[in-house]
Ligand binder design. Structure first.
Ligand code: PGA
Length: 237
């Protein structure tokens, strides 16, 4: 899978330009486009009109349906605009908005209940990595997935220090960490054959292939480099 996470970027025009560029790919069935919420509806219209096999995802979701919550976006609203996935627990939301595991568990829970597939992000900070705490931190974050199944859920390993920095871990490290995550998920009761691990953090056209080829990595979550349609085409091959 290839997830294009546009974060707080783009406009009506660039969304359509981008969709036009990438529509030439034969691999769209492996891609999930996550533009800002405002553009999901028009992206969905474009995708339906051109009969593209690209899926749509939200970058976040609220953990409730139809309650009095100013500014809230519910799973049913996302489904209404053709959205099949939601990113949950991105480090930017964990850090800026102090989203903690209690909230994230509620988000995962409502998504799975309402039929929205989850892209659950985890990752260690540089400080945590340097003090040898990577595995401990990742295990703590993964514990939010205890009691869920991996059937409709992917885990995106995104070291916080690699996001937007141009630095990526060594391939051996990505591989070792992904294997570790698989073992941890199995110990939480997830079925091995359902587990999907994505890698994210400074993925671009120059490094995507070697990361994607790692045995335990089943996909990539791409931020900055996904904004450029031509570069995204190169990444998805
Ligand atoms: P990046 O972002 O590719 O720009 O590093 C990835 C992400 O935060 O999902």
């Amino acid at each position: 899978m290839f997830v294009a996470n546009w974060k707080m970027n783009g406009s009506s025009i660039t969304v359509k330009e981008w969709l036009n560029i990438i529509s030439s790919s034969d691999n769209l069935n492996k891609c999930i486009f996550c533009p800002p919420l405002l553009y999901l509806k028009e992206a969905n219209e474009f995708i339906s009109e051109k009969k593209l096999s690209l899926s749509l995802g939200a970058q976040d979701i609220d953990p409730e349906n139809n309650i009095s919550l100013t500014g809230g976006i519910s799973p049913s609203m996302l489904k209404d605009v053709g959205c099949k996935y939601s990113i949950i627990g991105h480090s930017e939301r964990r850090n800026f908005y102090k989203e903690d595991s209690t909230l994230l568990i509620d988000k995962v829970s409502i998504c799975l209940k309402e039929g929205i597939k989850v892209i659950f992000c985890i990752g260690e900070s540089l400080e945590e990595r340097n003090s040898g705490q990577t595995k401990e931190i990742l295990s703590q974050q993964l514990r939010a997935l205890d009691g869920f199944s991996s059937e409709n859920l992917m885990v995106a390993y995104e070291p916080v220090w690699a996001i937007g920095s141009g630095r990526i871990p060594l391939l051996e490290d990505i591989s070792e960490t992904s294997d570790y995550l698989i073992d941890e998920l199995i110990s939480l009761g997830h079925k091995q054959e359902e587990i999907t691990i994505l890698y994210g953090g400074s993925v671009d056209a120059s490094n995507a292939k070697e990361i994607y080829q790692l045995k335990s990595v089943s996909g990539l979550l791409i931020g900055g480099a996904s904004l450029d349609g031509e570069q995204f085409l190169k990444i998805i091959g």
